[in-house]
Design a protein around this ligand. Structure first.
Ligand SMILES: [Zn+2]
Length: 85
């Protein structure tokens, strides 16, 4: 029995399988989650689109997103922080 313990050395959470966790940012609470739930798909007019994720806790509260662009726009505005002091 050695005191060797996996995890913590790299600061990376290894669940045992060693596969990288699909970290995504929740569109609602803006926290990083390793269990992203796809709540919306944004299709670009040209080029590939992207997906909008929420954490499991927020997913039920995220509206069905009739227009994902509304969600995206709200996210971008919240990032900008609005008017400066
Ligand atoms: Zn969330």
């Amino acid at each position: 029995m050695t005191g060797e313990e996996s995890g913590g050395a790299n600061g990376r959470a290894t669940g045992g399988t060693g596969r990288p966790l699909p970290l995504r940012m929740c569109v609602r609470c803006e926290r990083i989650t390793d269990e992203p739930v796809l709540v919306a798909e944004v299709h670009g007019n040209s080029g590939p689109g992207w997906n909008v994720y929420a954490c499991p806790g927020c997913a039920p509260h995220v509206p069905a997103a009739p227009d994902p662009l509304v969600v995206l726009e709200a996210l971008l505005q919240s990032r900008r922080g609005g008017p400066r002091r």
